[in-house]
Design a protein around this ligand. Structure first.
Ligand SMILES: Cc1ncc(COP(=O)(O)O)c(C=O)c1O
Length: 480
């Protein structure tokens, strides 16, 4: 039965004006959607172009052009003297059914296959107690952030366009000034590259500094995000143990192309790299032309005195790439992190960054720059340091009754602490904790080669002292 004019008009109007290409694109979209949803079925005849043009009030040329496009895309077939029909093999029963019908295996590159098989590294979106690495978002000054953002939006569309791939110059100035004053770096804004995450920084460094099979030293146990970035780039991971002085390499070990480490607060065990080792590491790196990535991921949160100044400030040979993130000190979804690069690497890294995501969001960068330069950043850090120090103490206190099976390691700062479990008990205790609604990130899984220690990395920063006490009540029950 021929469909009547109001049907076609409604179909056309529902599609709404196309972003570009005018009425022709609107008609193409309307017909394509109707076929995908099964409103028009395979084999069904469409009106002649003259008729449809009259029904919906466009020119016949427009309809001809739309039919031509759909024919080229395989949605229609047309025969002179007979008319235009929905193609018999046009996808008809809706996009969901269409996706289900096509079950061809994904043909991945070798690199892609390895990457997918190895698995990535994720942070929990809605963290349970004691998820690691989560700041307390409830304490974030949202109203202040809203005002700073509104001020930029009121100024018009300037920040809606493309931005500097190296990062907003005001933000780079603010970061350099902060790092020089607070972390003992020696850098200028020209050396700062603003990125969306530490993970992006690690990937960029791996892409630019490593070839396939190049050896990379990683702390053992260590940060899985770093291991996955370097492995994804095809580098060879060499697990180097840590002791009370941090990274502990042996003198006869062949020196690598790159070393990744967390010298201020080893992730996950919490010790600092001693001054003696810092000097030895820098001297050897200069001699062997080894790059060092210093991940200073949470040095803002030291509670017992100041953290040791950054390694970058001691580096005379330009071997250190310093890495910091706003994920913990502001909030993770801001997606802003930064690298301070030796001068010679800045140009190549900025070029490479343009082949990835181009640049970081301009509005987020502008607001973050205001937040720092107006002094809100320092005030926020002071407040969070106080809160988190209380929470660490509350956790240590609440863990005391479990001392015969759960031993917290010394932790001068951070958002989480490592606690050791009796050998062999981690899997069963973790399952029992999960059954009580607790997340207990595994310590043993962070080991690469060194003898594994069973334990947990207990995040406390996002929990109030009351929540910590409650969660610890639950935790006590898992090994009665
Ligand atoms: C050692 C270390 N580096 C970096 C990060 C965070 O980075 P991002 O900026 O990718 O959120 C984390 C987060 O848990 C971390 O533990």
């Amino acid at each position: 039965m021929a469909l009547r004019a109001p049907f076609w008009l409604q179909l056309f109007e529902q599609a709404g004006p196309a972003a570009s290409g005018g009425r022709r694109e609107q008609l193409v979209a309307a017909l394509r959607t109707a076929m995908l949803r099964g409103v028009l079925s395979p084999g069904q005849q469409l009106p002649s172009s003259r008729q449809l043009a009259a029904d919906i009030g466009v020119s016949r040329v427009t309809v001809e052009a739309a039919y031509g496009r759909l024919e080229a895309e395989g949605y229609l077939w047309r025969a002179v003297g007979r008319g235009s029909f929905v193609a018999l093999d046009a996808p008809a029963a809706g996009p969901v059914a269409r996706v289900r019908r096509v079950e061809t295996p994904a043909v991945l590159s070798q690199r892609g296959q390895q990457l997918a098989a190895r698995g990535g590294c994720r942070d929990p979106a809605r963290p349970l107690p004691f998820a690691a690495g989560s700041p307390d978002l409830r304490a974030f000054p949202l109203e202040l952030w809203r005002q700073l953002l509104a001020r930029h939006l009121r100024r018009g569309p300037t920040l809606l366009g493309y931005g500097d791939p190296q990062g907003d110059p005001r933000l780079r100035e603010a970061i350099a000034a902060y790092l020089n004053a607070a972390r003992g770096l020696r850098c200028t804004a020209d050396q700062v590259l603003v990125l969306s995450s530490s993970q992006q920084a690690l990937q960029l460094a791996a892409l630019m500094l490593l070839d396939a099979d190049d050896p990379v030293w990683l702390e053992d146990p260590g940060y899985r995000g770093a291991a996955s970035a370097f492995e994804a780039a095809g580098a060879r991971r060499v697990a180097v143990p840590v002791d009370a002085e941090g990274l502990s390499w042996s003198p006869d070990q062949p020196w690598p192309k790159l070393i990744y480490l967390t010298p201020s607060h080893q992730y996950p065990l919490g010790m600092a790299l001693s001054l003696r080792r810092r000097r030895a590491l820098l001297a050897q790196a200069a001699q062997h032309r080894t790059w060092i990535i210093e991940d200073d991921y949470d040095s803002e949160f030291h509670y017992d005195g100041k953290p040791m100044p950054a390694l970058q400030g001691l580096d005379e040979a330009g071997r250190v790439l310093y890495l910091g993130t706003f994920s913990k000190v502001l909030f993770p979804s801001l997606r802003l992190a930064y690298m301070v690069l030796p001068a010679a690497l800045v140009g190549p890294f900025v070029e490479a960054r343009t082949t990835q995501d181009g640049h970081s969001p301009q509005l987020a960068q502008a607001v973050t720059a205001d937040f720092i330069t107006a002094g809100h950043f320092a005030a926020h850090l002071r407040l969070m340091r106080r809160l988190y120090a209380q929470r660490r103490d509350a956790l240590l206190e609440a863990l005391r009754p479990m001392a015969d099976w759960l031993q917290p390691q010394p932790s001068p700062g951070g958002l989480q602490l490592a606690a050791l479990l009796p050998e062999g008990e981690e899997p069963a205790l973790s399952r029992a904790a999960a059954a009580r609604g607790l997340e207990t990130p595994s310590l043993s899984r962070l080991y690469g080669g060194a003898p594994r220690r069973d334990g947990w990395i207990l995040g406390y920063a996002a929990l109030t002292p009351g929540e910590i006490a409650e969660a610890c009540q639950q935790l006590r029950q898992v090994r009665l």
